[in-house]
Design a protein around this ligand. Sequence first.
Ligand code: 4AD
Ligand code: MG
Length: 465
Amino acid sequence: MVLTERVKVKALLESGQAGSLVVAMGWVRTRRGNKNVSFIALNDGSTINNIQVVADNANYPEELLKGITTGSCIGVKGLLVESPGSGQRVEIQAQELELFGTADPETYPLQKKGHSMEFLREIAHLRPRTNTFGAVLRIRHAMAFAIHKYFNDKGFTYLHTPIITASDAEGAGAMFRVTTLDVNNLPRTEEGKINWSEDFFGKEANLTVSGQLEGELGAMALSEIYTFGPTFRAENSNTPRHLAEFWMIEPEMAFYDIVANMDLAEDFLKYLIRYALENCKDDLEFLNKMYDNELLERLLFVVNNSFERLEYTKAVEILEKSGQKFEFPVFWGADLQSEHERYLVEKHFKKPVILTNYPKEIKAFYMKQNDDGKTVRAMDVLFPKIGEIIGGSQREEIYQKLINRINELGIPEKDVWWYLDTRKFGTAPHSGFGLGFERLLLFVTGMTNIRDVIPFPRTPNNCEF
Ligand code: 4AD
Ligand code: MG
């Protein structure tokens, strides 16, 4: 069979001409039939839908037919015909079959349907072959594409910020060290400390927790930029919403205040969800049917309703008056936990919420200080089922205020001199935010564990594959 003659299953199902001779290739989902005829459901990942292949058993050697079991890989050449059965427009009447690879039914882990998500996580190398992960991975791709399209259409520049960094100024979480030193024989200073000056970069280095600080440098020249890359946090938080390696989208815009920042965040999220509804129909319908039959309704609701905007102080009042028993206490100054965020979104407002003006103590050093001396111009976007999906702020652009805060927090100036330079040379009001890509995917797919929306999740004690 000539490999280049292959047509994708999606194209065959959607626009293949009945009567034409076609070649399809893919993995066998099931083979049914009797001793005369085989019905093979073939999937190549281009769509959640299988194409049915009908083969006359008499035309093929026994050995070849025996190898066509669930999970095996085949090529088929045949006539595309209108399907007499319901559920599909066309099917293939096989004229040639080629078996590329068998999958021993005794040992193939996906022989049966209906495995638990936990089990599938243990076979992350094979789970893309399930309907569920096929759907999730296609949606993941569509969202990545839509993110670039959104910003490109708006004239933002995609800025590649570094993955290895020497700054820990963000303080967003514990970092992963990057080193080439021999851990069994570390160079020491005279005082017995590890001598990092002998390391690859001549100083300590880590994997980045956020591209924001470098993103700001770009925004101070290109005016509107975004980053979209992997970020790393070594927090030991084993929750359904945290990964040690996750992807983040971070737009950063000169001449945006906090209101413009909120407007962009809301428009961006709605655009992405609308894009999924319009372009991932089959996959979303499958997930809606199999996992969460309120998924489509929830997506439409978010697209069609404005987000509630209120201040942190007001939110704390609502939580205090709620009469709810929370695991973590709420009081002014407390960092909100996901149980609090979800109460506001799911029970109180029943729609996405943007909280602003948080106490400065619980937010990063770079956020714009309000005149009250207590709060900063932060914004968190909270979503149903997720809690925080976006974190961002207007940035402090006034040199003196920023340096005062840096000193208060004991951040060494030598670590952030380059960041401070932007406030010395042509400083500008500016804002930005970070969207957690996998949190977005949790919302869009209706999956309930973040490990199930990334191909190879990295969490504490999990780094196989
Ligand atoms: O709120 P965070 O920590 O904000 C920042 O890093 C800022 N520098 C962003 C900015 O203003 N440019 O993280 C942003 C988002 C969170 O709202 C959440 O969606 C996601 O990143 N996130 C995680 N997602 C998965 N696993 C984790 N461990 C995450 N930590 C944060
Ligand atoms: Mg945050």
